[in-house]
Design a protein around this ligand. Structure first.
Ligand code: GCB
Length: 601
């Protein structure tokens, strides 16, 4: 948009917004080159004038909305369009910004047939000023082209494989190979909004907090764009909207005598997720930014929040559900947070991409700590470590930091999941990405990546603050042999601790489980096996918990969709919950354990 910030569009007395969610016209470009839409310039007319369209919900993935396998597995450009109006009283002297909270993966946006902006990458917001394209006295239309093709330099990376032997494959047969385990859902996944700001507007806000001698110290800075602020009035509001500090400077440090700190669930009984707001009033603009007061510090064997040891009893998640795929859905989000509380979870990882801001804001409010992971999943081939990939990775980290820097729930950045961290080229690559992230975050949060290599082979853990490892003993290795789990975990913990004086989190461990299957003795895929599998890991976790282990996270919160493959029976079934968010037997084990840990046993 020309500015530097990416503030969540919030209404105020100075700003208005209009959701453009709903049913849009939709057309997938099935032409063999996937280029018909560009050749025929589909954005120059309404989409229904170019050929057949169907109704497509926004926000939603498009893949599971119809019964058409061709659309479910589609790779290439799909086109969306809809009409909208802008009332003339919005027009006077305002910026009009069109914002997509995310679309996967490459997106081009036209307004009234003119290209407005484009963006590369799913999972993060992008926007542009469109006032010069708008009509205030009649109908407007917006056209969006979205391409889900993953290449060696996208994040996540992928490849396209062509088959040319026409005795075996119909001509034009190609498949997208994913270097990741989840389905490559695509489309306009989150809200689309039109919002206004004054010409001179609050473009960005950065808030840092600290606690000194029991006082809350809030350092903030506000970026104003499009003119100079003629008046500045800043207030810190507590949860009751009472003013507890104020200033008339764009950057300042204010103190709060008796702060309520932001705590994760379970660490402080009364003030979980306590939020303040920084109310910023300049010239004609007003914006209220939520924040929390808390500190984070990592020692050689502890993760401290507000100087108290934090133990992460967590789960890794996905944005994934029936029908809507990765589309934002408030009912799903609410149910998920209710189930997190039911399980006693105090920490989630946004495996394997940044989640919707609505989700992180609930985490802020409910005191759920977040390991905020980038879409850097499946960086496993030499072609994924080049300069173009590195530059893009760094850009994605900047976009994540810009969006999430003020969120108290975010306690750590994860720049990648399970890259080939034994490869020599991963050293300069990840040293750059990890150091860039830690240095660019104004709060310098702990930064890590999630490691699947053994301690003997990994080369990237020298650069992290907390060692995060995914382990599948008795699942991918020694399948079915629960008796190896304690030994192998012990060996791996000792190996990493000998190399690095850093705390460890087990960020994944889990077993695929089909609800309703039972055997005695247990065998893989039964509910009995999942229970015993988790319990074996817990025995070893309990030994390490008071020494250097600072967290354990089950893979996964719920079952989720994957590409089709010989190890997946309609998706990955390692959920504690089914995809419909109903508990398997193992959910009760975790629930007892996590509530027990909260109560200190
Ligand atoms: C992993 C990956 C995760 C997969 C999981 C599995 O290590 O990080 O994305 O879904 O294993 O179940 O295979």
């Amino acid at each position: 948009s020309g500015g530097v910030g990416m503030l969540y569009p919030r209404d105020s007395e100075a700003r208005q917004s209009k959701l453009l969610d709903g049913l849009w016209h939709f057309r997938a470009d099935y032409s063999p080159t996937r280029n018909q839409g560009f050749a025929e310039k589909w954005w120059t007319a309404r989409l229904y004038q170019t050929g057949p369209v169907i109704d497509m919900p926004v926000p939603s993935s498009y893949n599971d909305v119809t019964e058409d396998k061709k659309l479910r597995d589609f790779v290439g450009w799909v086109w969306y369009d809809r009409e909208f109006y802008v009332a003339s009283d919005w027009a006077t002297n305002r910026r009009m910004v069109l914002r997509f909270d995310s679309a996967h993966y490459n997106t081009i946006v036209w307004v009234n047939g003119q290209q407005a902006f484009q963006h590369e990458g799913g999972h993060l917001p992008f926007e542009g000023e469109i006032q010069s394209f708008l009509k205030f006295d009649g109908r407007n239309y917006v056209t969006v082209a979205v391409n889900n093709t993953l290449t060696p330099t996208t994040l996540p990376p992928g490849t396209i494989q062509y088959q040319t032997d026409t005795s075996k494959y119909p001509s034009g047969y190609f498949v997208q190979n994913l270097q990741m385990d989840f389905f490559n859902y695509a489309g306009i996944h989150r809200h689309v909004r039109l919002y206004t700001t004054p010409q001179t507007y609050i473009d960005d806000i950065t808030i840092l907090t600290n606690v000194e001698q029991g006082k809350g110290v809030v350092s903030y800075s506000v970026v104003v764009t499009g003119g100079t602020a003629s008046s500045v009035q800043i207030s810190v509001l507590d949860a009751n909207d009472t003013v507890v500090a104020s200033s008339n400077k764009l950057s300042d440090v204010v103190t709060i005598a008796y702060p309520q700190l932001w705590w994760p669930y379970g660490m402080n009984s009364s003030f979980v997720g306590y939020l303040y707001k920084l109310e910023v009033k300049i010239t004609n603009d007003v914006y209220r930014q939520p924040f929390g007061i808390r500190t984070i510090r990592v020692t050689n064997n502890q993760f401290l929040i507000n100087e108290k040891p934090f133990y992460c009893h967590g789960v890794a998640k996905h944005e994934d559900s029936d029908l809507r795929g990765k589309g934002l859905d408030y009912t799903l989000i609410s149910k998920d947070f209710n189930m997190l509380r039911w399980l006693g979870v105090n920490c989630i990882r946004t495996s394997h991409y940044p989640y919707a801001e609505e989700i992180l804001e609930l985490a802020d409010r409910q005191g759920v700590a977040v390991i905020n992971e980038s879409p850097g999943v499946g960086i496993r081939k030499i072609g994924n470590f080049g300069n173009i990939s590195l530059q893009h990775h760094i850009e994605v980290m900047s976009e994540m930091i810009r969006r999430d820097k003020n969120k108290p729930s975010v306690i750590m950045w994860s720049v990648a999941n399970e890259p080939s961290s034994s490869y020599k080229g991963s050293v300069p690559y990840f040293k750059s990405v990890i150091e860039f992230t830690r240095n660019t975050d104004p709060a310098h949060r702990p930064t890590t990546f999630v490691c699947s290599e053994t301690f003997e082979l990994d080369r990237v853990n020298p650069f992290v603050d907390v060692i995060c490892i995914n382990r599948y003993y008795a699942w991918y290795q020694d399948p079915g042999h629960l008796e190896v789990i304690q030994l192998q975990l012990q060996r791996e913990f000792a190996g990493f601790r000998n190399l690095y004086d850093k705390p460890i989190i087990v960020t994944e461990y889990g077993a695929d489980t089909l609800p309703g299957l039972h055997t005695e003795p247990s065998v893989m895929f039964t509910e009995d096996f999942q229970v015993e599998f988790l319990e074996e890991y817990h025995k070893e976790f309990d030994k390490a918990r008071r020494q250097f282990l600072v967290g354990e996270m089950v893979w996964n919160f719920a079952d989720f969709m994957t590409i089709e493959g010989t190890t997946r029976v309609v998706g990955n079934k390692k959920g504690l919950l089914t995809r419909q968010r109903q508990p398997k037997a193992a959910a009760h084990i975790i629930r007892k354990r996590y509530h027990g840990i909260v109560n200190g046993d």
